[in-house]
Design a binder for this molecule. Structure first.
Ligand code: DOR
Ligand code: ZN
Length: 382
């Protein structure tokens, strides 16, 4: 609890920037409840984000740009972002949706298909336009129909990426209908990812939105060329939240949340300070009308309250001093970019903060993630 957090100014070894400043401001030094606690983090990065396009892009891009310095933008538009020219056009549309005054850089990805042109992809990477390439197994998730059916068919492109040092971001689930949906991540590691990494050991891989203890163990034991991103929502929900006591479509995403023991393994990894585990929110906005449907879309919109939720859960774990690494440092180091120079400040309030209200888009309402527990933190106004 706040009462046990001393005044402090913590520096992380090997860094010069102040990582976290805990400040108490009180009119009455004897009254702990009257104190305000602020937490200043290095301006963070989101290493896995869906911004969509059109009216939805205009609503959600400013919300990420308000808190984050950079985000790795997922390419699963319809049609997908496959060529360098597609990425350049999409980046322009994203930048046009960011209000003036925000210091935000979208980092672009290309969507890997079985007919990807390796020369185009490498040129886009070498020009600095593209930061990573995304592997969707065909049919694994939203707008993945153009993804990869046979991994052997993309090995030449992956070998070229390996030589160029271009990371592969992986949606790590098999699509075999014989495999239970709760096992698809673990089976992907065994059948696809591990054989691929043995074949191309120098390929840099990010196993995105890891949801299992198996995934975390694989990444932790995997050496320098592999990292994992964790989402905010998978640190808060397990599969009971989706299914027990009524079905909750706003908690449905892919990979689907697993049992509680897996959530605890993810949380332990997030707060551990391990350098190849970092935030990728997978904030994935869908209209309420498409989520609350007979066949509802996968995806949870977490961008507006991700930092508040993470401050809450890291504080509860006694790990606030590791939050900066998780949200702002580990990912930058893995991707080989400088840590952001700005900061973002959160403040701890006396009362739980309301879940952000649904957002109005031109096509309908968009619900924001409800972590289901009281959140006392909020991002302070700049
Ligand atoms: O829940 C998800 N939503 N998982 C994904 O992999 C894709 C995303 C989306 O694009 O909606
Ligand atoms: Zn995603």
């Amino acid at each position: 609890m706040l009462g046990r957090v001393p005044n402090r100014h913590i520096r992380m070894s090997g860094t010069t920037a102040p990582v976290i400043q805990m400040r108490r401001q009180s009119q009455r030094a004897d009254d702990e409840n009257a104190m305000t606690c602020t937490l200043t983090l290095t301006r963070p990065d989101d290493w896995h984000l869906h911004l969509r396009d059109g009216g939805m892009l205009d609503v959600v891009a400013p919300e990420t740009a308000a808190h984050f310095g950079r985000a790795l933008i997922m390419p699963n538009l319809v049609p997908p972002v496959v060529k360098g020219a597609d990425a350049a056009d999409y980046r322009d549309r994203i930048l046009a949706a960011i209000p003036p005054g925000h210091d935000f850089t979208p980092l672009m990805t290309l969507y890997l298909t079985e007919t990807t042109d390796a020369a185009d992809l490498l040129a886009a990477a070498q020009s600095g336009l593209v930061t990573a390439v995304k592997l969707y197994p065909a049919g694994a998730t939203t707008n993945s129909a153009s993804g990869v059916r046979d991994i052997d068919r993309v090995v030449p492109v992956l070998e070229a990426m390996s030589e160029a040092g271009l990371p592969l971001c992986v949606h790590g689930e098999v699509t075999d209908p014989q495999v239970d949906i709760f096992d698809r991540e673990a089976v992907f590691i065994e059948r696809v990812l591990d054989p691929l990494r043995r074949r191309i050991p120098a390929l840099r891989v990010v196993m995105e939105h890891v949801t299992t203890a198996d995934g975390i163990a694989y990444v932790r034991d995997g050496g320098d060329n592999i990292a994992a991103t964790l989402t905010t929502h998978h640190l808060f929900i397990n599969r009971n939240h989706i299914l027990a006591g009524g079905i909750r479509p706003h908690y449905y995403c892919l990979p689907v949340a697993k049992r509680e023991s897996h959530r605890l393994a993810l949380l332990e990894a997030a707060i551990s300070g391990v350098s190849n585990v970092f935030l990728g929110t997978d904030s994935a906005p869908h209209l309420d009308s498409l989520k609350l449907a007979e066949c509802g879309c996968a995806g949870i919109y977490t961008a507006p309250n991700t930092l508040a939720c993470l401050a809450q859960i890291f504080e509860e774990q006694g790990a606030l001093d590791r939050l900066d690494g998780f949200v702002a440092r580990h990912g930058a180091v893995f991707y080989g970019v400088p840590v952001n120079s700005g900061t973002v400040t959160l403040e701890k309030c006396d009362a739980p903060q309301p879940v952000p209200s649904p957002r109005a888009t031109p096509d309908g309402m968009l619900t924001v993630f409800d972590p289901g527990v009281p959140i006392y933190w909020r991002v302070a106004d700049a």
